[in-house]
Design a protein around this ligand. Structure first.
Ligand code: ASP
Length: 337
């Protein structure tokens, strides 16, 4: 019997085709064989489902993450793998969110998209969709992970960042190697996969969006910092610090954070650098952050950090201490241990 893959279509550039006048429209998924005729000769069965609303991924929301996770949960036993077609702009956020929502995942969930619509001659979408389907349906390895496939690379989804708005090579995973070498053959690097879970899939879709990201820059002042820290209802903030987790040591800044932490706001330290990790206390410029209870989040991406914070606040609404502790642990391989 052939392996079966379910395509979940959410929108994005990949899903546009050119009509006879040259305009771009989202295509109906039942026309996927017209757009990618090579799929007619593949050795696996494909079904597809479309989200209620097809979007540019700049409109992605936690409710839609819940919708995607809900489809995977509902169809989990009927398919060997899942391919999520998604716009590139927020793909790394969705991949991170799905990785947290889908606890004990034992099947591949591969997100892909493209920089040029499938309907265009030079589209990178055809290659991306075919490889993503091959990987989600392969019998060579079972990848128990949410991944992103893009331009010959298979990455752990919660390690990715969109780093190029023009090149076909749009994503990078700076702190974790790719999960497969994709050339003439697809060679899986199984030693890099997450361990196969022993418990059944558990899907949790609650997110608390009362969070913020505060990016530091030389010249940042109390007005901006206090406006963020006093946002009504704020539960958590990710500060994007310099280098290995350093921040201004001025009294006004440390006091503002300290006061927020005393009010119960969780503060997480993530570096602005693309590669490398936060190492609290490596420099004097992070000692105060550590002392007042800012959580160091290692080498996590900003996309994984903010989704992880929303996820943990969503599932443990009354246990901030537990949220803090889990933020510095690796839940789905998003932090190097
Ligand atoms: N704006 C598009 C989106 O993220 C870009 C893309 O798909 O590449 O939906």
């Amino acid at each position: 019997m052939n392996n079966k893959v379910l395509i979940i279509y959410t929108g994005g550039t990949i899903g546009m085709v050119q009509d006879e006048n040259g305009s771009l429209h989202p295509f109906a998924l039942d026309r996927i064989y017209d757009a990618v005729p090579q799929l007619k000769s593949c050795s696996y069965d494909i079904d597809s489902v479309t989200l209620d609303e097809i979007i540019d991924s700049s409109n992605m929301t936690p409710a839609m993450w819940g919708e995607i996770a809900g489809i995977i949960e509902r169809e989990y036993n009927r398919y060997d793998g899942f391919v999520v077609l998604h716009g590139t702009d927020t793909m790394a956020y969705t991949a991170s969110a799905l990785s947290f929502m889908l606890k004990n995942l034992s099947k591949p969930v591969v997100l892909t998209g493209s920089q040029l619509p499938l309907g265009m001659l030079r589209s990178d979408g055809r290659e991306n969709i075919i490889c993503a389907l091959e990987i989600a349906s392969t019998r060579l390895a079972t990848i128990p992970e949410v991944c992103i496939f893009f331009e010959s690379h298979l990455y752990r989804g919660n390690r990715c960042t969109k780093m190029n708005a023009e090149n076909f090579d749009a994503f990078e995973s700076y702190n974790y190697p790719s999960l497969a070498k994709v050339g003439i053959n697809i060679t899986f690097k199984e030693h890099l996969f997450l361990p196969m879970p022993t418990q059944p899939l558990m899907v949790r879709t609650q997110f608390d969006t009362r969070v913020a990201v505060l990016k530091l820059f030389p010249g940042i002042g109390p007005e901006v910092v206090n406006a963020v820290l006093h946002a009504p209802g704020l539960q958590g903030v990710v500060i994007e610090t310099y280098g290995s987790g350093n921040a201004p040591t001025g009294q006004w800044f440390i006091s503002a954070l300290d006061e927020a932490i005393h009010r119960g706001v969780i503060v997480m330290n993530v570096t602005q650098c693309k590669a490398g990790a936060v190492k609290m206390r490596q420099y004097a410029a992070s000692c105060d952050l550590d002392r007042i209870g800012v959580v160091g989040a290692g080498d996590i991406t900003i996309e994984a950090a903010i989704t992880k914070m929303m996820y943990l606040l969503g599932i443990y609404p009354n246990d901030k201490e537990h949220v803090k502790q889990r933020l510095s642990d690796s839940l789905r391989g998003e932090i190097s241990e």
